[in-house]
Design a protein around this ligand. Structure first.
Ligand SMILES: *[C@@H]1O[C@H](CO)[C@@H](O)[C@H](O)[C@H]1NC(C)=O
Length: 424
């Protein structure tokens, strides 16, 4: 080998090494993960436990609300721009019961309790058992008294929090998590018996606070792959999940999801980032299932590998953290540039120490319309994000772009935890 060639090769190796280590060090997923969790602390209200991380200067405005466990009246809440400490709108409590069924709310609650029981299984077996037994009774209630909370409590929950998609998916979602948590045969039988009745295969194009179909099929597909052959009766869930995943991939024949020129998943209607984080979460979960089963997804004539799905999910997370045409992070407090005028009452109104006097319902409007940055930095909040052409107005009245929500952050926590633990 000539010296020149050897030198060139050496340079190439060094360059490759540098570029791969630069790429790996680009984003601090651990920092983003901590911040994404801090956001949830900032969203709490009522009397907070002493361990709260947000009792300091970061979000003092969120520390106290009139009473714990009291819900707001959606219409009057939306009509006011007030601090939680000043809220004087109706705080009516609503509940579901036999006469006011809410299989959606109860099914979702059962799913969350069952999932949490898995998390605590080895750490705190007693708590885990309690979570599971509550999940079982809440699910029983949801199934015995079938109905949507937007029928039984229509005036309270609509138009803002209507169950547009029906309660059927939450029943299957609850059963799927209960099966995973308890391994009880009755839940598997429930899923098989109700697959068609509860429309498991319908509208699999979304995963979020209302529509669980994609999540149901992805979750149950794992059973099919892990027990190999024994769970043939659940095969339709795997096929549904496969074709759902194909709809997310750019360049395959049945691709349905759009991408912005800068590479962000884009779906019409409401906050886009909720779709980005939840669909990316499912891509990553599916990538792991595939890799354990040593399988690929057949998409028309092509097939997608577990690596492709993981890289697509990572691309979305990196876009959120700043790899985008505007070079800004869509997580408040992460990186050198992030949204300054988020659509968030507590963040945009002055904190109590800075402005002790009461701010009434409509008095907050001047802060809402102000061109100034928010006085309180709500660290970890991820906003609705840029529009279809990667543009972002950073303005409170553009709520679809500038509002943070718990359901944007929830799937992002899982994604960040994975990339923090495993790297790229
Ligand atoms: C996105 O926002 C920019 C700036 O406000 C605007 O010029 C552009 O037309 C918008 N794109 C779409 C697809 O709405």
């Amino acid at each position: 080998m000539s010296t020149l060639l050897r030198l060139a090769l050496l340079t190439l190796i060094v360059l490759l090494h540098i570029s791969s280590s630069v790429a790996a060090a680009r984003h601090d997923y651990g920092d983003a993960l901590r911040k994404s969790i801090l956001f949830f602390e900032g969203q709490r209200s009522g009397e907070l436990p002493p361990t709260s991380a947000s009792s300091g200067a970061a979000t003092p405005h969120c520390a106290t609300a009139p009473q714990p466990d009291v819900l707001g009246d959606a219409l009057s809440d939306h009509g006011c721009w007030e601090r939680p400490e000043d809220m004087d709108t109706l705080r009516t409590v609503y509940k579901i019961d036999q006469n006011h069924p809410g299989s959606d709310v109860a099914g979702e609650t059962a799913a969350a309790l069952a999932a949490a029981s898995i998390v605590f299984r080895s750490r705190d077996p007693r708590y885990s058992a309690l979570l599971l037994s509550r999940a079982i009774s809440v699910f029983e209630f949801a199934d015995r008294h079938r109905g949507a909370y937007s029928s039984s409590l229509r005036k309270a929950v609509c138009p803002f929090y209507c169950d547009f998609n029906g309660y059927q998916d939450e029943l299957l979602w609850g059963a799927a998590w209960l099966h995973k948590a308890s391994r009880r045969r009755e839940y598997r039988e429930y899923i098989v018996k109700n697959e068609v009745v509860l429309h498991a295969g319908d509208t699999i194009n979304e995963f979020g606070w209302d529509n669980k179909h994609a999540g149901i099929n992805v979750l149950i597909s794992k059973e099919v792959r892990s027990v190999d052959g024994e769970a043939d009766y659940l095969n339709s869930f795997k096929n549904n999940a496969d074709s759902f995943i194909c709809t997310l991939l750019p360049g395959v024949s049945n691709s349905q999801v759009q991408y912005s020129p800068g590479g962000l998943i884009f779906k019409t209607g409401g906050s886009n980032m909720q779709h980005v984080t939840s669909l990316s979460f499912l891509l990553l979960a599916y990538s792991n299932y595939l890799s354990h089963a040593n399988k690929v997804v057949p998409c028309g004539g092509k097939s997608a590998t577990s690596t492709q799905l993981r890289l697509l999910a990572k691309r979305q997370v990196d876009y959120i953290l700043g790899d985008n045409p505007l070079r800004m992070s869509y997580m408040v407090g992460y990186g050198p540039r992030y949204p300054m005028r988020i659509h968030h009452r507590g963040s945009s109104l002055p904190a109590i120490p800075a402005h002790p006097a009461h701010i009434q319902c409509k008095e907050g409007t001047r802060f809402y319309l102000s061109p100034n940055p928010n006085p309180n930095v709500l660290v970890g909040a991820v906003v609705g994000g840029p529009n279809r052409s990667d543009a972002f107005p950073d303005s409170r009245p553009f709520f679809q772009e500038s509002e943070p929500t718990t359901y944007i952050n929830a799937p992002l926590v899982g994604l960040l935890a994975y990339f923090w633990a495993h790297g790229a």
